[in-house]
Design a protein around this ligand. Structure first.
Ligand code: B12
Ligand code: SF4
Length: 509
């Protein structure tokens, strides 16, 4: 018997932004793979099964833990369990996940403990050295996990399984990333019936702006780029594989019927890479006329984005998306291998805004090579974005994500210590406490630069389009529908935070 565990989540208002866990899409795919392989399993979604339960976070009084307690988690594990698969998608969740793993080991000393997700893939040796985890599944998880379970059941040596890391005689054996699955259309759909997906939907606990009852979706896997601050190359390689647009639309139609959802939040690293694919997908949705909206809150590349693509997106129901120019400095973009042509990016922004898409842009400041001069270039870009009508900007401070090239560089340079404070530090990237990794910019200066960039963007935007703001906020207050990220922020700060405080008995600052 296999038990899959999604650990409890962290909820916080870190400075300017709210963090809240979403439905565990990756684990839902893994559960579906086990079902297809005929392997008996149960899921404990320690976040989703107790979305209204908030408890104090072990070391930080500005965080809350959302979900089941450790005792509740282990109490729910079927006594017949001999394999426990735990997901750790974010390094920020590692300190909590580590505690879950320890509690499981204590109650089930003989069970095989397997960790999957981004964090284990990024730092498998650290996971194996600092926790009772026996095996780490690296990268894409469905086939590897099934292969691991079959090898174990047959008594075959684990070295034969590609895509894992495990301990043997005090040493770590790493069999390397497994090959990415090319037949993505044959991957079974996420097993949402095994998760409390209704609970997430009811509370709008997904990552897009609130356009109604929402489901997470995945149209493509991987990304062909290799930005040095991103963990994608180490996790998914540079292979971008898209699903058949018809099959994708079938899945959306299924959820409309089954869960009465009207909006879809795409979680792809970058859905827009091949022009023909996005055109075909939009045309498929237009032809089906499902009366739904969809959005790409995690961001997408803009190389093939033009007025025609913008028009098709809008007509197919897409209402919001994000681009990631990251920096206004061509030198920094080159240094981080972002491969962005800023003039083309600005043209794409113009096309999106003109067609009525709520466009949000991601900016990162404080890359190791950033200087006051490159930050001024980023300020210039932000002002141009505000003038041309971009709806929102998210300026965050650079944090070295485990798995990324910059993380490895800073680790070699001795600038990173792998402790709990480091792992949760990405939650602080909107605050004054997150350190600067740029030699030429102090932590204090970086924080105030971030604030100044936000102020510039929103003052210009609001001054040029005051009615847009009034309408967005009025709509958010009166109907709960959010038209933009700042409307979401407004609702979170003035309404959602109060609700959490109530649930937590006032524990959140
Ligand atoms: C949606 C999303 C979010 C959502 C939340 C999603 C959620 N479920 O809670 C929001 C917007 C809130 C978010 C926030 C953040 N995010 Co985010 N997010 C994503 C995103 C875009 C999609 C995740 C997804 O669904 N992937 C699709 C599924 C299929 O992939 P998967 O989860 O990896 O699962 C596969 C494998 O990992 C494996 N697997 C997973 N679990 C298990 C378990 C077992 C037992 C096994 C065997 C295998 C296995 O098999 C799965 C199927 O192949 C990813 C990028 C990406 N596309 O993966 C970034 C990503 C996960 N986020 C990232 C980061 C850094 C953050 C933030 C820290 C950013 C910030 N500073 O605010 C926060 C942290 C929030 C937190 N709670 O700690 C990084 C994580 C890097 C790291 N090492 O931590 C990623 C990888 C982006 C990147 N490339 O840099 N995020
Ligand atoms: S930052 Fe975006 S474009 Fe760059 S590798 Fe990661 S997912 Fe791809």
């Amino acid at each position: 018997m296999i038990t899959l565990i999604n650990p409890p989540g962290i909820k916080t208002f870190s400075g300017l932004q709210m963090h809240t866990p979403n439905p565990p899409l990756g684990l839902a795919y893994v559960a579906a793979a086990l079902a297809e392989a005929g392997l008996e399993h149960r899921v404990i979604d320690a976040t989703g099964e107790a979305l209204d339960a908030m408890s104090p976070y072990p070391d930080r009084d500005d965080f809350l833990v959302q979900g089941l307690t450790l005792d509740e988690i282990v109490d729910r594990i079927d006594p017949r369990t001999d394999v426990v698969g735990i997901s750790c998608m974010f390094s920020t969740l590692w300190p909590l996940t580590q505690r879950v793993a320890a509690a499981v080991r204590e109650r089930f000393p003989g069970a095989l403990l397997v960790l999957g997700g981004e964090h284990g893939t990024a730092v498998p040796e650290h996971v194996l050295a600092t926790s009772p985890v026996d095996v780490v599944v690296l990268g894409e998880g469905e086939e590897t996990f099934v292969a691991l379970l079959r090898a174990r059941a047959a008594g075959r040596p684990l070295d034969e399984v590609k895509g894992i890391a495990f301990r043997r005689d005090g040493r770590v054996v790493d069999t390397g990333l497994s090959d990415r699955r090319r037949d993505v259309d044959a991957i079974p759909l996420p097993a949402w019936d095994e998760f409390p997906i209704h609970e997430y939907i009811e509370r709008h606990q997904t990552n897009g702006i609130n356009l109604g009852r929402s489901m997470p979706m995945l149209g493509t896997r991987g990304c062909p780029f290799r930005c040095t601050f991103c963990s994608n190359p180490a996790m998914w390689t540079q292979r971008w594989i898209a699903r058949d647009p018809r099959q994708l639309a079938d899945e959306m139609e299924l959820y409309v019927r089954k869960y009465r959802v009207t909006n879809f939040d795409f979680q792809d690293l970058t859905a827009i890479v091949k022009r023909q694919w996005i055109v075909d997908f939009c045309r498929e949705l237009i032809a089906r006329d499902l009366n739904i909206t969809w959005q790409m809150p995690s961001g997408t590349r803009a190389e093939v984005f033009d007025a025609e693509v913008a028009d098709l997106l809008y007509r197919s129901g897409c209402r919001a998306l994000a681009f990631a120019p990251e920096s206004g400095s061509p030198a920094i973009l080159k240094a981080v291998k972002k491969q962005v042509d800023l003039e083309h990016m600005l043209a794409a922004m113009r096309a999106a805004v003109k067609r009525g898409l709520r466009l949000s842009c991601f900016i990162v400041i404080g890359f190791p090579d950033d200087t006051p001069a490159t930050l001024r270039q980023t300020l210039g870009l932000i002002r141009r974005m505000a003038v041309l009508g971009v709806w929102d900007v998210a300026v965050s401070k650079f944090v070295p994500y485990p798995g990324s090239e910059l993380f490895r560089r800073l680790q070699r340079e001795g600038k990173i210590e792998l402790d709990d404070a480091f792992f949760v530090s990405p939650m602080d990237f909107y605050t004054a406490r997150a350190p600067s990794y740029a030699d030429a910019v102090s932590t204090r200066k970086l924080y105030w630069t971030m604030v100044w960039l936000f102020v510039n963007f929103y003052v210009i935007s609001f001054a040029l389009r005051p009615w847009r703001v009034v309408r967005a906020l009025a709509r958010a207050i009166l109907t709960g529908r959010e038209e933009s990220r700042y409307a979401k922020w407004f609702v979170d700060v003035f309404f959602t935070r109060r609700r959490w405080r109530r649930l937590a008995g006032g524990a959140l600052r």
